[in-house]
Design a protein around this ligand. Structure first.
Ligand code: PMV
Length: 317
């Protein structure tokens, strides 16, 4: 069997996170500046006749059989085998390498699942379609995050800008003008499942207030969608900044995120907000493309531990 390699990008949520879990729409964008690569090579003469998993980013190097039963990598492999009606994985080495930070809102877990599911189904001679990959990656997201909306696995599988509403077919979006984002990492690990469960607790304690916040976010996302498609970056930026305030009200921001958002706005960003689960992780600043480098430097100076610049090309570019 030949060696197989498959990659998957990272992602940011442009707007609508958290509310998307409560039947509101959200927009997500693929980020190709960070990605995960999964390579699989057959090792029929491996010592002990055992499959090895190597994933340096999560400090993992072990025999497959040593992973705990519910480990997401173990579950992903079992789901692929089940779907293909194969009861024994040929002995191989599975190597997963990612340039995405973990627990940072950039979709590292979904990116790993998508790259692994694609590589394994191809290695076994039956490459899955995007729909099949997406379906299995969603099952793994449930292990990572409990009650995910499905937006991460979907944007990463299809690698296109996406207007997402749980349970509806995804709508792919092309911006009317190039969209440039500076993504800045607070360096604080943010647990998505904790943030989602904190919001759920808030919702259960105060249904009226939280439902109103979710509705307001949903309306902002609808308006952001129009601005994105029409290339009205000024109006898009305003929606992003307003979305950040609503996320603050949901209780998922933190001082470091707020500091970077304020810094971005004071340095001329068109809009800025936290992105993803929050309580740490990354923020995004919407900028004109010539502002991107100085903005990244300003955010690093203000305490970001890393920055990425990403562009979504305009329709027809
Ligand atoms: O995985 P993250 O941290 O990028 O955030 C996921 C977005 C949430 O809306 C908070 C949760 C979800 O499942 O949609």
């Amino acid at each position: 069997m030949p060696a197989i390699s498959c990659s998957a990008p990272g992602k940011v949520i442009l707007c609508g996170e958290h509310a998307v879990v409560y039947q509101q729409p959200a927009i997500a964008l693929p980020v190709f500046e960070g990605s995960t690569k999964c390579s699989i090579v057959a090792k029929p003469t491996a010592p002990h006749d055992e499959t090895i998993i190597v994933a340096p980013n999560i400090a993992l190097k072990c025999y497959l059989k040593c992973l705990v039963e519910k480990h997401p990598i173990q579950v992903a492999i079992n789901l692929v085998l089940q779907k293909l009606n194969i009861d024994h994985l040929p002995v191989c080495e599975i190597r997963i390498q990612s340039t995405l930070p973990t627990a940072a809102g950039l979709g590292s877990s979904a990116s790993t699942s998508v790259a692994l599911i694609r590589a394994l189904s191809t290695f076994l001679g039956h490459p899955f379609t995007d729909d099949e990959v997406n379906q299995l990656a969603f099952e793994i997201e449930k292990i990572h995050h409990g009650t995910p909306s499905g937006i991460d696995n979907t944007v990463i599988t299809y690698a296109k800008a996406l207007f997402y509403l749980k349970g509806q077919p995804s709508e792919f979006l092309l911006p009317g003008k190039q969209v440039t984002l500076v993504i800045a990492d607070t360096g604080i690990k943010g647990s998505t499942s904790k943030a989602v469960s904190d919001v759920r607790q808030g919702f259960q304690e105060n249904k009226e207030v939280f439902s109103a916040l979710f509705n307001q976010i949903g309306q902002l996302v609808e308006s952001a969608k129009k601005s994105f498609i029409n290339g009205d970056l000024i109006s898009l930026g305003k929606s992003l900044s307003e979305n950040h305030q609503l996320l603050q009200n949901l209780g998922v921001s933190c001082n470091q995120l707020d500091t970077l958002v304020e810094e971005a706005l004071s340095k001329g960003a068109l809009g800025a907000k936290l992105s993803g689960g929050g309580q740490g992780g990354n923020m995004i600043a919407l900028v004109n493309s010539d502002q991107a480098e100085p903005m990244a430097s300003a955010l690093l100076f203000k305490g970001a531990v890393n920055t990425l610049i990403t562009h979504i090309p305009a329709k027809g570019q």
